[in-house]
Design a protein around this ligand. Structure first.
Ligand code: DGT
Ligand code: CA
Ligand code: CA
Ligand code: ZN
Length: 583
C-alpha cells in the first residue's frame, strides 16, 4: 500500500520533470500537492482504496486533475502521465538537482543539449568542457558544477536536526564574535526546527558585508568554500553545508522573514499581503497601493517595515508567527483571528517519563539518571526500562519478576531523592495492540509507556486499529514513539493521527513526542492533529544515559510544530495532576 510519503515523492518527481520540460505553473501546483499529501494526518491510499474518495477533497491544493492521479496511483501503482514524462526525460533528476545551482530546468537543458542523465554523465561533460558551450552556461557555471559535484554525491540524505542544530549554534557563536556583525540569526528549516535539514542557513546584519563574508569563509571549522560573493557565501563544515547571507541592518527583519520560509508559508503570506495592497520581499514590506506598475522593481512603493521581523507581520496587521508554525497549515488565518497558540517552551517542562537504565539497555544505574533529572530542575522523573516482548532482543527486556524487583530498587532511590520518582516500564505493543503484562505488575507500576517495536510494516488501517486498541487499554498511560520510525532509516507505521488522537482524548492516554533526534515521533503535523482532537501529549527523551536527557529540546520544538500549548502536555503539569493522570 502506498504511503503518503510515496505518493508525495511521485508528485515531487512529477514537478521536477515538468519543470525540466519547461512547463510553467504546473510544477508549483504539484509541489504544493506533494507537501499537503505528505503531511496529511490520515493515510490517503487506504481511504481511497476503501472507496472514501472524499478524503481527496480534504487536501488543500488537490483539485480534480491531481485527485484522479492519486486514484490512478493507488489503483495501479503507477501514473501513466508520469511514465510518459520519464520516457521523455530519462534523467536521474533527484541526484542531478542536488548540485547547488542546478535545478530541474538546468537539468532538462543539460539532457536536451548534452544527453546528461546522471551525475557521472554531468561530470564527464563538465570535465570535457562541453557544459560551458551550452547557451546560457559559461566557464563559471561549469566550474561551479565541478566544484559541487563531489559534495552532491556525499549528501544524499538530509541531516538530522539533532546534528545540524548544534553546528548552527556554533556558526552563530562565531558570527557573534565578529565586531562588524550587529545581529545574526539562523534561518531556513533550522529555525523552523524541522526534523531533518537540507542545509544550514544563517543571516548576519552588518554594514561591512564583504569583511564578514571573508571572515566567515576563513573560519577554522570550514572544510571547503563552495562559493562566495559580496553578499553571501556557502561553505562545507563536515557533512553540512552552511549558507551565510549578509544584509544591511535595515533589511535584517525582512531577510530573516524571507529566508526562514517555509516556501509555502511565504507564498501564502505574500498573497495575503497582495490582497491588502502590500508587497513583501527580502528587502522589506512595501505599500504599493499607489504604485501603478507592480513589477517595477523590488524596492518600489512606500517602505513600511524591514528592520525587524515583527514589523513585517505587523505591517500586515498580524502578530509575529513563531517559525515552527510557518508551514501553511492554518497559521496565517489563526494569526488574523488572534488565535495563535501560546506554544509550550522548554521552561514549562517539569519532568520526563520515558528513559532507560542499565536494568535494560541504558548505560547507567537508576541513581545516576535520577540525579541528572534532579539537576535539570525537574519535579518528577520516570524510569521506563524495556519489558521483554515482541521486538525486544532476548535477555534485554525485563521479565515480570525482574520488573517487580526493579520497582523495589526504584522506590529505594526515590525515597532518597529530592524529586518524585515514578516506577515505570516501556511495554511492547504487539501486532494486535496488546501489551501482555500481568495484573500484579500493572498494579505495582506508577507509569506504563507502551511502544511498538515489531510489525512495523502493517498497513495503515491495521496499524491505526492496533494503536487505538493500545490507547483504549486503561493500563497504558503513554503510547511511546507511535510510528516506530527512524529518520533516514525506516518510515515506521503509517496511521490516522486524527483517529488516534480522538481515541487518546477519550481514554485519557497520552501520545508521546519521543525527543530522540533519530525518532521525533510524533512529529509536527501528527501532533497538530492529535492536539486538535484533544489528546494529551507527553514529551519524553527515551534517554539511555544522563546526557541525553537534554534531548528534551528537540521534543519541545517538535511539539511546538504541532501547535501544542503547555496545558496539552502532561510534562508541564504539577505533581498532583500528573499523579492523578497516571492513576
Ligand atoms: P532545507 O534546507 O531543505 O532543509 O529547507 P529550507 O527551508 O532551509 O530551504 P533552503 O535552504 O533552500 O532556503 C531557505 C529559505 O529561503 C526557504 O525556507 C525559503 C527561502 N527561499 C529560498 N529560495 C526561495 C524561493 O525560490 N522562493 C521562496 N519563496 N523562498 C525561497
Ligand atoms: Ca536550509
Ligand atoms: Ca540554503
Ligand atoms: Zn522504544
Amino acid at each position: 500500500m502506498a504511503t503518503n510519503a510515496e505518493i508525495a515523492a511521485r508528485f515531487e518527481e512529477f514537478a521536477d520533470l515538468l519543470e525540466a520540460d519547461d512547463v510553467e505553473y504546473k510544477p508549483r501546483a504539484y509541489r504544493r500537492a506533494a507537501e499537503n499529501v505528505r503531511t496529511h494526518p490520515s493515510p490517503i491510499a487506504d481511504r481511497v482504496e476503501a472507496g472514501d474518495e472524499a478524503v481527496l477533497e480534504e487536501i488543500d491544493g488537490v483539485g480534480d486533475a491531481i485527485a484522479s492521479k492519486i486514484v490512478e496511483y493507488v489503483e495501479t501503482g503507477g501514473i501513466d502521465e508520469l511514465e510518459e514524462l520519464r520516457e521523455n526525460l530519462p534523467i536521474d533528476i533527484a541526484d542531478i538537482t542536488r548540485i547547488e545551482g542546478v535545478g530541474p530546468k538546468t537539468a532538462g537543458k543539460l539532457y536536451r543539449e548534452l544527453g546528461v542523465q546522471t551525475l557521472d554523465d554531468l561530470e564527464a561533460a563538465a570535465e570535457a568542457g562541453e557544459v560551458q558551450e551550452v547557451k546560457g552556461f559559461g566557464p563559471k557555471t561549469e566550474q561551479n558544477i565541478l566544484d559541487n559535484l563531489e559534495f552532491a554525491r556525499t549528501v544524499g540524505q538530509r541531516q538530522l536536526l539533532g546534528e545540524a542544530r548544534p553546528l548552527a549554534d556554533d556558526v552563530l557563536a562565531f558570527l557573534e564574535s565578529i565586531d562588524a556583525v550587529q545581529r545574526c540569526e539562523v534561518a531556513g528549516s533550522i529555525r523552523r526546527w524541522r526534523e531533518t535539514i537540507g542545509d544550514v542557513d544563517v543571516l548576519a546584519a552588518t554594514d561591512a558585508g564583504e569583511d564578514v563574508v571573508e571572515a566567515f569563509v576563513a573560519w577554522d571549522s570550514v572544510d571547503d568554500e563552495i562559493e562566495s560573493g559580496p553578499e553571501k557565501a556557502s561553505v562545507r563544515v563536515g557533512e553540512s553545508r552552511v549558507d551565510l547571507r549578509v544584509v544591511v541592518p535595515g533589511e535584517f527583519g525582512s531577510a530573516l522573514q524571507y529566508f526562514t520560509g517555509s516556501k509555502d508559508h511565504n507564498v501564502a503570506l505574500r498573497n495575503y499581503a497582495i490582497d491588502r495592497g502590500m508587497k513583501l520581499n527580502e528587502y522589506g514590506a512595501f505599500d504599493v497601493s499607489d504604485v501603478e506598475d507592480e513589477e517595477a522593481g523590488q524596492r518600489v512603493g512606500e517602505r513600511v517595515a524591514g528592520e525587524t521581523e515583527e514589523g513585517m507581520y505587523e505591517a500586515l496587521g498580524l502578530p509575529w508567527i513563531p517559525p515552527e508554525l510557518r508551514t501553511d497549515r492554518g497559521e496565517i488565518a489563526a494569526a488574523e483571528k488572534g488565535e495563535l497558540p501560546d506554544l509550550i517552551t522548554r521552561e514549562d517542562i517539569r519532568g520526563d517519563f520515558h528513559s532507560h537504565t542499565e536494568w535494560s539497555d541504558g548505560n547507567t544505574d537508576i541513581e545516576a539518571m535520577v540525579e541528572a533529572a534532579a539537576d535539570m530542575g525537574y519535579d518528577y522523573y520516570g524510569v521506563a526500562d524495556h519489558a521483554e516482548g515482541p521486538g525486544i532482543v532476548g535477555g534485554m527486556g525485563l521479565s515480570d519478576t525482574e520488573i517487580l524487583e526493579q520497582v523495589e530498587a526504584i522506590r529505594e532511590v526515590g525515597a532518597a531523592a529530592d524529586i518524585a520518582v515514578f516506577a515505570g516500564i516501556e511495554a511492547n505493543v504487539d501486532a494486535d495492540g496488546e501489551i501482555g503484562l500481568s495484573e500484579e505488575v500493572i498494579d505495582a507500576l506508577d507509569v506504563i509507556v507502551a511502544s511498538t517495536h515489531s510489525a512495523l510494516d502493517q498497513d495503515a488501517e491495521t496499524a491505526t486499529e492496533r494503536l487505538v486498541t493500545a490507547v483504549e487499554n486503561p493500563a497504558i498511560d503513554i503510547l511511546g514513539h507511535p510510528s516506530g520510525r527512524l529518520l533516514n532509516e525506516r518510515s515506521g507505521l503509517e496511521f490516522d493521527a486524527t483517529a488516534l488522537g480522538k481515541a487518546a482524548a477519550e481514554h485519557g492516554t497520552a501520545l508521546e513526542v519521543n525527543s530522540n533526534p533519530r525518532r521525533l515521533d510524533l512529529w509536527g503535523s501528527a501532533v497538530q492533529a492529535a492536539v486538535e482532537a484533544g489528546a494529551p501529549i507527553s514529551i519524553n527523551t527515551d534517554a539511555h544515559q544522563p546526557s541525553t536527557l537534554e534531548y528534551m529540546r528537540w521534543g519541545v520544538h517538535t511539539a511546538r510544530r504541532g501547535w501544542a500549548e503547555p496545558s496539552d502536555v502532561i510534562n508541564t503539569w504539577d505533581l498532583e495532576d500528573v499523579r492523578e493522570f497516571l492513576h
